[in-house]
Design a protein around this ligand. Structure first.
Ligand code: NAD
Ligand code: UD1
Length: 339
């Protein structure tokens, strides 16, 4: 049992990870400024697990908030989710992304160093891979400069953490490169709660299915893929959450900085996702084909053998589960946590 600080723990992936950690009997301390989440997610996490966690409303950019946490709680490790994640927004207000994601991570790592806490799991993204790589993407492939500012912050923080670990061998850092997280906890009590018009495919589909939006626009049907639409590696958020527990266990044992892909290793096209959603849930999803979205690649899916071999992690859920659970959450919470 360890004391784990989870930054951004009230958010989509963080709240699911809180469940995994509490169920593994860890003590959980969440720091979140609630800029993209609600404390209700954490109330539900505690309801589901019948365990309590400590919530601190605060900001990773505020060293006083961080120092107080490290002073008051004997933190053993940090899982760092906090940050902004909207790709379109990152093009309009880059400084807010550099401030939250890059400066915020620097402030966190400095506070960790001061408190002599050297174990960190960082939320990175498959977006750091060079677009010229051919899927399946593995961790030894070259990284590139992402086409958007959000992705750029992930690349910078990854590289910064690598250099920090190189300079001081007390550090033990996991860079988890997520593919496309979707789905929700089986209970339908917690899930993804996007603000405004969703950027990502899955929340867009569920919002069309529930009647909040008229139709799905499929961005491009002329890619060189199975049916012309973009292919991605969708990963159930509960599987993704469990990868954090595996990474934490690994990092509490090994030193240095290392990256792992977290994906299923399977690619599905947009049309396959839409059609499977309709079959699994019995709900029509009206759609139209629209022009390609700038910055999109045709195909991206993982080689996840490193995570399976080194972390002992594996994905348990397939596409049908992901789509059923996404819909279960949306149906039960049409307005997310704002009901
Ligand atoms: P989310 O927005 O639901 O969660 C992020 C949480 O961080 C929110 O609760 C938000 O209130 C909090 N936060 C933001 N800035 C903060 C700050 N300065 N101080 C304290 N709290 C702050 O997003 P998510 O989907 O759960 O993503 C979690 C992490 O995973 C993010 O770093 C994201 O970039 C990364 N990631 C997400 C995806 C995805 O598709 N969801 C893919 C790859 C990587
Ligand atoms: C996007 C971001 C990526 C980020 C990730 C997680 C871009 C270019 N990439 O990845 O940087 O790390 O989200 O937040 O924005 N699609 C539609 N219609 C929609 C939405 C999506 O057809 O309304 C298609 C896309 O073209 C793509 C697939 O669905 O082929 C998945 O899209 P999305 O969920 O946005 O994820 P990524 O593009 O993989």
């Amino acid at each position: 049992m360890a004391n784990i600080l989870i930054t951004g723990g009230a958010g989509y992936i963080g709240s699911h990870t809180c469940i995994e950690l509490l169920e593994a009997n860890h003590k959980v301390i969440v720091l979140d400024n609630l800029s993209n989440s609600s404390e209700e997610s954490l109330r539900r996490v505690q309801q589901l697990t019948r365990k309590t966690l400590t919530f601190i409303e605060g900001d990773i950019r505020n060293s006083d908030d961080l120092n107080a946490i490290f002073t008051n709680h004997a933190i053993d490790a940090v899982i760092h989710f906090a940050g902004l994640k909207a790709v379109g927004e990152s093009q309009k207000i880059p400084l807010a992304y550099f401030d939250n994601n890059i400066s915020g991570s620097i402030t966190l790592v400095k506070a960790m160093e001061k408190a002599e806490v050297f174990t960190l799991v960082f939320s990175s993204s498959a977006t750091v891979y060079d677009e010229a790589n051919i899927s399946p993407l593995n961790e030894d492939m070259p990284i590139g400069i992402p086409s958007n500012n959000y992705g750029y912050t992930k690349l910078i923080v990854e590289q910064m953490l690598e250099k920090v670990a190189l300079a001081d061998d007390r550090w033990s850092i996991a860079l988890l490169r997520y593919f496309n997280p979707v789905g929700a906890h089986k209970s339908g009590l917690i899930g993804e709660d996007p603000q405004g018009i969703p950027n990502n495919l899955m929340p867009y589909i569920t919002q069309v299915a529930v009647g909040m939006r008229e139709k799905l626009s499929i961005f491009g049907n002329d890619y060189e893929t199975v049916d012309g639409t973009g292919v991605r590696d969708y990963i159930h958020v509960v599987d993704l959450a469990s990868a954090h527990l595996c990474a934490l266990n690994n990092r509490l044992t090994y030193k240095g900085c290392r990256a792992w892909n977290v994906g299923t290793g399977n690619g599905h096209s947009v049309l396959q996702v839409k059609n499977t959603f309709e079959e699994v849930n019995g709900i029509p999803v009206p759609f139209e084909f629209a022009p390609r979205r700038s910055g999109d690649v045709a195909i991206s899916y993982s080689d996840n053998s490193r995570a399976r071999e080194e972390l002992g992690w594996e994905a348990k859920y397939g596409l049908n589960d992901m789509l059923a659970d996404s819909w279960n959450w949306q149906k039960k919470n049409p307005k997310g946590y704002r009901d």
